[in-house]
Design a protein around this ligand. Structure first.
Ligand SMILES: [Zn+2]
Length: 542
């Protein structure tokens, strides 16, 4: 799952249980999986010798070679551009912190911004050798959402300025819209149109997935982008910084406002004030660039219906993780056993199960293991822009990312539940297995746009992503919270953690049924008329 997007775009984290579809448990049907074969794959791809599967690394290449071998063994046909592989070019960026700097000047008095403690530069941009010296402007959440008549930029002059904003969105803006307009590309387009030259994002203290200390430790990690110019969304952005909420008061000195006040409003998701700040920023962000290559993996199981076999149901997961990093408790390998070794293993396990238990498939199934999810959903972005089959023939994406079988599967969270007929189908299948399907109860975390399904959605393709979930305020809820705090994007997301093999097996069975139903149904999955994401399908047909 992708963290960086959330730190820029995510909303407030608090628990709002919107609605839960109440289902009654029935006699469970037989499972084809036992959890063990899945866990065996996890143990391979999350082994220390895979070195955390960083995009472009030898470790990821090893994991990919293993996956290709497994897919071949399962009898799939290669469907990449180079056998099973679809090569993708990247540019890797690293902050040159020694030669970069930042000072805040208040009443003529410059004081250094301590890189790491107070703030860090984000590396999703080109950077610049030039020193910039610019006034700051506070833009609230910095959003323009025409659908909700929210325009936080209307009364601001951004020309030549650095836009400071609190991550998140006002409560009047639905999560899907906030996610759409809160992404760095959409933001920058709007700020750049008004002449802005930089960005400072302040994470909302009420919704930080991981503590500042760990966010800050990760800053030495290189970031990546697709190398092709067609994908550059941040042209002209000279400086982008994330500011520690605990140091953010410094930005507001002399403005007549305090960060304490802003954070309190942000916690309530109230509309924030917008105003010029009185401090200016002098900064230079120097980025070092390296070209590198990685690959998506694509395998195909061809359907039998003479017409429908030309159509594809995509089953996807990301095979990359975040590599080797700062040691935590003496361990520096970020194995990514759950994130997303679990999804990769499930994809391999499905392919093997279809070989062992052949099913009559009308449509074809495309097994896609993407790279560079952790770098900003890049592998799937590339695949969705350059699919290796006819784009219009992709009828659905079922994505698996960190489905977390760490408690018994009684509640299945279905993101995209209310967006397409896939959601109804998933709920119906879950119910047959005694699990209650619920839509995302935390839409403000924007999870639906934080993994690879989003790139399919943006191409108009109905998608779902499902995971093991919990009832609010239950002991399981605490297990999940602890997991996110202690293991998410930490070296301890490894194969020495407890997992519930039965939950994994049940999850796999539900996904398998959804995959088969979607492949065999006469009709393609449809967007719901009131889904926010339907707009992308409409844009495709224009
Ligand atoms: Zn992740």
């Amino acid at each position: 799952m992708n963290r960086t997007l959330s730190s820029i775009a995510s909303g407030i984290f608090f628990l709002t249980l919107l609605l839960a579809s109440v289902t009654t448990a029935q006699t469970p049907e037989k499972l084809l999986f036992d959890g063990k074969s899945w866990w065996d794959h996890v143990k391979v791809v999350a082994d220390d010798n895979m070195e955390g599967r960083e995009t472009g690394s030898l470790g990821l290449r090893k994991a990919e070679a293993y996956a290709v071998e497994q897919l071949k063994h399962a009898g799939l046909e290669p469907a990449g551009t180079n056998g099973f592989y679809q090569n993708v070019k990247f540019v890797q960026r690293t902050i040159d912190e020694k030669n970069s700097f930042a000072f805040l000047t208040s009443e003529g008095e410059p004081t250094p911004v301590s890189l790491g403690a107070d703030a860090y530069f984000t590396t999703r941009i080109e950077g610049s050798d030039q020193e910039l010296n610019a006034p700051l402007v506070f833009a609230g959440n910095g959003l323009q959402v025409p659908e909700n008549n929210v325009d936080e930029l209307a009364d601001l002059d951004l020309k030549g300025k650095i836009v400071v904003y609190l991550a998140g969105s006002p409560s009047t803006v639905p999560g899907s819209l906030a996610a759409h307009y809160g992404g760095i590309g959409q933001r920058w387009k709007r700020y750049a149109d008004r002449g802005a030259i930089g960005i400072i994002a302040i994470p909302n203290p009420a919704s930080m997935d991981i503590p500042w200390s760990r966010m800050s430790l990760n800053r030495a990690h290189p970031s990546m982008d697709l190398a092709d110019a067609e994908f550059n969304e941040v042209g002209g952005l000279k400086m982008a910084m994330v500011f520690n909420p605990e140091s953010a008061e410094r930005l507001f000195v002399g403005s007549g406002h305090t960060f304490e006040e802003i954070a309190a409003l942000g916690k309530q998701r109230s509309l924030l004030p917008h105003f010029d700040l009185k401090v200016t920023l002098k900064a230079r962000e120097i980025i070092q660039k390296v070209d590198l290559e990685s690959a998506n993996i694509v395998g195909k199981l061809t359907g039998t219906d003479p017409q429908l076999k030309k159509e594809f149901v995509v089953l996807s997961a990301h095979i990359d993780h975040i590599g080797i990093g700062e040691p935590v408790n003496g361990d520096k390998i970020y194995n990514g056993a759950m994130d997303d070794g679990s999804g990769t293993a499930a994809v391999l396990d499905f392919a093997a199960s279809l070989r062992r238990h052949p099913e009559k498939l009308r449509r074809s199934i495309l097994f896609v293991l993407v790279t560079a999810e952790e770098k900003g959903l890049l592998g799937s972005k590339y695949f969705a822009a350059h699919p290796t089959v006819d784009a219009k023939a992709i009828v659905a994406d079922i994505n698996i990312d960190m489905f977390l079988p760490i408690v018994p599967l009684k509640v299945l969270r279905v993101q995209g539940f209310n967006d397409s007929t896939l959601g109804d189908r998933a709920a119906e299948i879950a119910q047959r297995f005694g699990a209650k399907a619920v839509p995302d109860p935390e839409p403000l975390r924007n999870l639906f746009v934080r993994s690879d399904q989003y790139n399919f959605i943006r191409r108009g393709i109905p998608s779902v992503i499902m995971d093991v979930f919990y009832e609010p305020n239950s002991p399981e809820a605490k297990i999940f919270k602890d997991w996110l705090t202690q293991r998410y994007h930490a070296p301890s997301d490894d194969v020495n953690q407890p997992v519930d093999l039965h939950a994994a097996a049940l999850y796999e069975e539900i996904v398998r049924r959804l995959l088969l139903d979607t492949a065999n149904a006469t009709d393609r999955p449809q967007w719901k008329p009131d889904s926010f994401f339907k707009r992308y399908a409409e844009a495709q047909t224009k």
